[in-house]
Each structure stands twice: as structure tokens, then as C-alpha cells.
Design a protein around this ligand. Sequence first.
Ligand SMILES: [Zn+2]
Ligand SMILES: [Zn+2]
Ligand SMILES: [Zn+2]
Ligand SMILES: [Zn+2]
Length: 186
Amino acid sequence: MGKRRARRSSGKRRGGSGAEGEGSKRRREGETEEDYCFACKDGGLLRCCDYRNCHKAYHSECVEKDDNFLNSDEQFICNWHTCFICKGRSYYRCFCCPDSSVCRRCARQAEFVPVMRQTMGFCNNCLRMANMIEKNVDVDSDGGRVDFSDRETYEFLFKEYWEIVKDKERLTLDNIQEAYAFSEEA
Ligand SMILES: [Zn+2]
Ligand SMILES: [Zn+2]
Ligand SMILES: [Zn+2]
Ligand SMILES: [Zn+2]
């Protein structure tokens, strides 16, 4: 099994770049919204979150909206900014997914792992996958098996997305291992 596939090998990705119509009017100077849906990690027609400095983008169906969503003027604030437990404002946000943000109070209950005591970090699930990718294994410490090379899976897309996030956030293997060690202790 080829462990290291070339990035961007999937043809169905990046559908959005050519056909971006109105959605791009929301692009503000000096900002780069992401080309991948933060929820499912696939490309296509996406709309960027309106929250200040949030560059995460989403498919309408991934945020349970209809197609009007892409061009709608209605403000869209993604789940990244809301605590998924108490629905208050989030304090910690996962590097890799929108649905695991928590406030400080709920962080322990959610087993959220901040990286270097900052407000960004990992939810359990993303940390587990990131750690497996970095270690280049497909079985985690609990024996759970994940096939990162199967293009039909979320894990495959996650892996591609992970490489991008890692670059962008300048995450190192040390960050991941430290976070992982911390999560295993808890
Ligand atoms: Zn999506
Ligand atoms: Zn957002
Ligand atoms: Zn909360
Ligand atoms: Zn996550």
C-alpha cells in the first residue's frame, strides 16, 4: 500500500476554482479563504464563514443549507465559533474540524487538547488521525484501523487537508506528540 500519495491526486477536488461566481464577492483584501470544505474536506462550491478572520469554507449541504446559501447575503457564522456542548461562544477550536469547538468551561468534558496552551488544538478524533498520519501507521493504540488511502473515505480527504493545515499552522511533529501524550494521560 502506497503510504505517501501525491497531494491533490484526487480529480474531484478543486471544482470551485473555475466556477466561483458570486461567492467570491465576500473575499476581503489580503485574506485567503480555503478551497476545501472544513466539514467534509472535499472541494467544490463553497461559501466562506463571515466571522472575522475565519477563512473556513463550506458546502451548503455540509451546513444543512440549500443552494441559495452560496450566494445569500445572510450572515453565516460557522460552528467553529460556538461551543458544541453549551452553545456559548467557543474558546478552543480544533485545527481540523468545525464541530468540536468548546468554551473554557466545557473543554475538560470534551477532552479537548490545546496545543502549546493556545486557543487552537485538537478534538480527540482529529488528534488521533493526525497522530496516525504523522507516525505513518494505520492502526491506532486502541487497535482501531483506518485506511487513509481509500479515496472514498473521509480519512483520505482528512489526510490531504491535514497536510495543508499543518503547513499553514506550522505544526510540528513535536506539537502532535505532545498533544497526543497529554490526551492519553487524561
Ligand atoms: Zn463539505
Ligand atoms: Zn467560521
Ligand atoms: Zn461550553
Ligand atoms: Zn477535530
